[in-house]
Design a protein around this ligand. Structure first.
Ligand code: HEC
Length: 248
């Protein structure tokens, strides 16, 4: 019996779902998934007026939820400093670089768009603090982030070493990993191209070579059951840069 006199006997109350300042319910991670979290922000808290801020996350990000103007912004009172956004997929990191130099000796707050999601659909954890920065004019200006210019000739020997034993063998009936084949072949496992030039996060090749990528079919490549030498983190980053530079 759940009467007013025996409230405690009615069992535990459901915890209140998290809500924003206006009391609207906040989006939750999908069942079984964790929140998206900020792992590291650098540099912090002092930044140059021309700084590149790197925000590393706990999960890979959903490229559909990245907006180069709104995903990360630096605010100081009513001033919003527009910035350029780069997603370094292999590092699970967003890089923000202001379009115009920031004001000297000001305090800025880094705001993250509530629309940002991980690849499995998790929103940022509600308790995520908004990092605060102070501009320090004496610090050296940082260049806007650039990608290493990577050509196919830099990638080919890596794929030859770690992948060709199976993928170049007709008997396996696997997709060829030549430059043209990578650019022209759609995955037989998911509805994605193997390589979408300029878009590493939408290239299934990246989903297959990042060991902890959550949404791919079957195993990481090269398969752990094989003798093929695994890819080193800097080789994976090189492949990311090659795709980001247009997969030429
Ligand atoms: C031991 C043999 C073997 C090696 C070595 C190997 N693969 Fe594979 N690869 C497979 C098999 C088998 C599949 C299909 C099953 C799977 O996805 O795990 C596959 C699937 C793939 C797919 C998905 C194809 C599709 O249609 O979606 C990609 C992409 C891929 N491999 C890339 C690579 C890359 C890049 C390397 C080297 C870094 C590599 N593979 C090394 C055997 C291999």
């Amino acid at each position: 019996m759940c009467g007013t006199s025996s409230l405690l006997a009615c069992g535990p109350l459901d915890p209140e779902p998290p809500s924003d300042a206006e009391g609207n319910p906040l989006p939750l991670p999908p069942p079984g998934e964790d929140w998206l979290r900020v792992v590291e922000v650098s540099p912090s808290p002092a930044i140059a007026t021309e700084a590149t801020i790197e925000v590393r996350f706990s999960e890979y990000l959903d490229p559909d939820t990245l907006n180069s103007y709104a995903t990360l912004s630096l605010r100081s009172g009513g001033i919003v400093a527009g910035g350029r956004l780069t997603y370094r997929m292999s590092r699970k990191a967003l890089l923000y670089h202001p379009r115009a130099p920031l004001e000297a000796e000001l305090r800025y707050t880094l705001q993250t768009s509530p629309a940002l999601r991980s690849v499995v659909g998790s929103p940022l954890a509600p308790e995520t603090p908004a990092p605060i920065f102070f501009t320090d004019e004496t610090l050296p200006a940082a260049e806007p982030p650039t990608r290493e210019s990577v050509r196919w000739e830099d990638i080919a020997p890596i794929l030859e070493r770690s992948c060709a034993s199976c993928h170049a063998d007709q008997a396996w009936q696997l997709p060829q990993l030549s430059r043209d084949a990578l650019r022209q072949t759609r995955s037989s496992q998911v509805d994605l191209p193997l390589v979408m030039p300029f878009e590493p996060a939408r290239s299934y090749l990246m989903h297959k070579i990042l060991a902890d990528y959550p949404r791919r079919r079957f195993t990481v490549q090269p398969p752990p059951y094989s003798d093929a030498p695994p890819l080193a983190p800097d080789e994976i980053e090189l492949i990311e840069d090659w795709i980001a530079g247009g997969a030429r």
